[in-house]
Ligand binder design. Structure first.
Ligand SMILES: [Cu+2]
Length: 158
């Protein structure tokens, strides 16, 4: 009779650890969730300073990442939003980190502030609180209403 109890216990623990409404847990959730080794993760982008991801018409380059490569916890990014011709584009930028394997985001909101150079933005914190694959979507809206999005995919180690 011990078996059904054990089968029930694990999914409940996993759901609690990944509840998006919950603050990042104080204690390490690694013991309770199967952790994928980033060295075998094939869906992630390889971080390179200046790397650019493109949407339908706009692109975003990472011009600073601290730490680099992006790591578990709070990250500071500076990005440049560019048109197809490479010129900086003033935009509203919204940042949405998401873990596709666990179906949750981060409860800590990233604040976006414009730098002096047109099209350059400072984003902090990009909060990647759990080890594994994160998809960080940047939703972009230009002043003329043009909307686009780019996605960076990074795996963070425990
Ligand atoms: Cu998760």
């Amino acid at each position: 009779m011990a078996r059904p109890t054990r089968v029930l216990w694990f999914p409940v623990t996993l759901a609690l650890a990944c509840d998006p409404g919950m603050d990042p847990p104080d204690e390490d959730p690694v013991d309770e969730v199967e952790v994928r080794d980033c060295s075998t993760e094939t869906r992630a982008d390889t971080y390179v300073l200046g790397m650019r991801k493109s949407g339908a018409s706009l692109g975003v380059s990472i011009i600073e990442a601290t730490p680099a490569p992006p790591s578990r916890g709070d990250n500071l990014w500076r990005v440049r939003v560019q048109g197809a011709d490479g010129t900086g584009q003033a935009a509203t930028v919204e940042v949405d980190p998401f873990m596709p394997d666990h179906n949750h985001g981060s409860s800590i909101r990233a604040h976006v502030t414009a730098d002096e150079v047109v099209g350059e933005y400072r984003i902090e914190p990009v909060n990647l609180f759990m080890p594994g694959l994160w998809e960080i979507t940047l939703d972009l809206t230009l002043e003329d209403g043009t909307a686009d999005a780019v996605v960076f995919r990074f795996c963070v180690d425990p």
